[in-house]
Design a protein around this ligand. Sequence first.
Ligand SMILES: [Zn+2]
Length: 198
Amino acid sequence: MKGLPSVERAIAVFSRFPGIGKKSAGRMIYHILRYGEQDIEQLLQTLQALRDRVTSCKICHNLAEGDICWVCEDNRRDSSLLCVLEEPSDLMAFEKAGFFKGTYHVLGGRLNPLDDVGPEQLNFASLEQRLLKGGIKELVIATNPTVEGEATAHFVAQMASSSGCKVTRLAYGLPMGGELEYLDESTLYQALNGRREF
Ligand SMILES: [Zn+2]
């Protein structure tokens, strides 16, 4: 792509998407280059709306449009059952499967000292506040079954130990190193249903 720095830059930006290599990024860019004015405008507005409107829920740190996300807003959810997850995408996997009727707390990642992710970088303080407030009977730890996810689960369990609520962990039919968001619904259902005291 010598002589086309804009195209080269666009390919570099698009190949940062998960699962998208340079080749796929190139195909996307050539597709966009064939767009008319209206399609380009729509693409720009879509990205702008993501930037301007999507925020983090003030209660659970899920993605939200406004202060509170749709789960926290829904008073039919069981607020005594709290599921702790790493990312909003994990939450979406649960919501897509549709069987979990409790509420969530999104940590925003997992503990990873090698990448300088300590407890201060994650949403632990607000989790502690929610536990202190009381009313939570069971805390389901649904961090990913990776080494860092396990370390994070232990940290959460320790934090919850003084709150008096029951602490459970998703069952390990889950493949080690697997990520929740890629699990099919029935595996996720079994993992939740078979959860054990942690
Ligand atoms: Zn929320």
